[in-house]
Design a binder for this molecule. Structure first.
Ligand code: LLP
Length: 455
């Protein structure tokens, strides 16, 4: 076995899939082919074509169950894990997380609709957003979905609408706790300089304003400090800060019953990544809240958390077919695949790293070929891997990129009018389609030629 694909030989942690690079059901069978969920990847591409998104049901369920189990173990109060659907939103994902007893966080009418259609009970859905439209607010209220108030604009509109109600609406407010953590600049959201939520210094004034409303009841607090976080300290600090804010709110007559600590637990994309386990993360969050409540003699609030990436990322892989090669002697060899920045915008956006292997014969390679894996888009920066050792490969071979379940499909585009890949669910040797492949014709659906141009 070569060092370059050593991750395929890592011991798989079934209880905390975010600590693995590959889905928990990944195997290399005696025919030297890659299998996930008991399905041959080569067979799947033969049937469904490429590029192809694949989700492994067992990895998904193991991740959900790890959160539930850890909450039951470490948090003595009531709790509800909520899936951050921005990570990967579909009717299937909504249905799966609902079947695991999860709630769901949505940030648009589209995500709300997807959650409801997938069967997530409305009382388990929360609605976020720093610039919700009037229609989105109305849609959430009509469906009895809890609104997380992000700013004065939200509050003013809710106040206006609820004035005509003959009942109270319960809200949560989002605030920025001022916690810095070591993650990519773009995915830091808990520091003071953030577009999301109320600044912690603005809360006293806000508590007074809410007290004066007729039908708005402040019952919950929300904070999210960032994404792909490997440290536990920031979430330990967050628990204490949130309990402090409960006490502050109490002085203004608000009885906070729910704390939502956001998401953010990182996953292992490459051998260098070493995220904490789901259990360790929940333990940290729970202990900090339990201890702070004990010290301040507060009843335990209902604890909510909002993982996205650590639920779905490791369950997902993307399969590409190799097309052209271009060798620039002494510099590099480009290997181009049939997808790229439209199905995975993370490398070009955040310089994210992934792990990958060939689908056929991933271990049996004598060559030390290093490639730059490029996408097919008309953009020089459309590069999925700056440097990767894949061994011998040729046009038509398949590459599997791991850890693509989160923020790939959901951030995908049609740049260069490239249709989105299909998504397939695999489980116990069976494969089912969960999102159909787009066709170039689909992409013309919304184009309109004005009448006078048709003459
Ligand atoms: N809750 C809130 C309010 C959030 O804003 C987010 C992520 C989450 C929960 C889920 O965080 P997670 O557990 O997935 O870390 N596009 C970026 C990630 C953006 C995260 C946005 N908010 C990426 O591809 O890395």
């Amino acid at each position: 076995m070569k060092e370059k694909i050593s991750f395929l030989k890592n011991k798989i942690d079934l209880n905390s899939p975010n600590k693995n690079i590959v889905p928990v059901t990944t195997t290399i069978e005696s025919n030297e082919k890659l299998y996930i969920g008991g399905c041959s990847i080569e067979d799947l591409v033969r049937k469904y074509d490429s590029p192809l998104y694949i989700l492994d049901e067992i990895t998904l369920r193991n991740s959900c169950r790890a959160y539930k189990k850890a909450l039951e173990k470490h948090y003595p109060g009531v709790s509800l894990p909520i899936y951050a659907s921005k990570a990967n939103s579909s009717i299937f994902m909504s249905n799966l997380i609902a079947s695991e007893g999860f709630g769901l966080d949505a940030v648009s009418e589209g995500e709300l609709l997807t959650a409801l259609k997938g069967g997530v009970p409305s009382e388990k859905i929360v609605f976020h957003g720093n610039n919700k439209s009037d229609e989105e607010i109305e849609f959430a209220l009509e469906n009895k979905i809890k609104i997380i108030v992000d700013n004065d604009h939200d509050l003013k509109r809710l106040e206006k609408i609820s004035n005509s109600f003959n009942y109270d609406i319960e809200i949560m407010i989002r605030f920025t706790p001022g916690i810095e953590c070591h993650t990519h600049e773009y995915i830091k959201t808990g520091s003071f300089d953030s577009k999301f939520g109320f600044g912690i210094e603005a809360l006293n004034k806000l508590f007074v304003i809410i007290s004066k409303t007729k039908h708005i009841k402040l019952t919950g607090l929300h904070a999210h400090i960032g994404s792909q976080i490997f440290e536990l300290d920031p979430h330990n600090d967050l628990g204490k800060i949130m309990v402090d804010v409960i006490l502050k709110a109490k002085k203004f007559g608000h009885n906070i019953k729910e704390l939502n600590v956001g998401g953010g637990l990182g996953i292992k994309y490459t051998q260098e990544d070493d995220p904490p386990s789901i259990d360790a993360w929940i333990k940290t969050v729970s202990l900090s809240i339990v201890q702070a409540c004990k010290q301040t003699k507060l009843d335990l609030p209902k604890l909510m958390c909002e993982p996205g990436r650590s639920i779905v990322s490791t369950a997902g892989v993307t399969i590409y077919k190799i097309g052209s090669f271009k060798e620039i002697p002494g510099i590099r060899t480009y290997l181009s695949v049939d997808g790229g920045m439209s199905d995975n915008p993370r490398p070009i956006t955040y310089q994210s790293n992934y792990s990958a292997c060939l689908v056929s014969n991933p271990f049996n390679n004598n060559s030390k070929n290093t490639f730059t894996v490029a996408g097919k888009h008309c953009e020089s920066g459309d590069v999925l891997f700056k440097e990767i050792e894949l061994g011998n490969c040729k046009t038509g071979d398949l590459i599997c990129v791991f850890g693509t379940g989160a923020y790939n499909n959901s951030m995908s585009s049609n740049y260069n009018r490239i249709p989105r890949p299909a998504s397939i669910l695999v489980c116990n040797g069976e494969a089912e389609i969960i999102q159909r492949r787009e066709s170039p014709l689909d992409l013309l659906k919304y184009d309109v030629l004005p009448n006078r141009f048709m003459k």
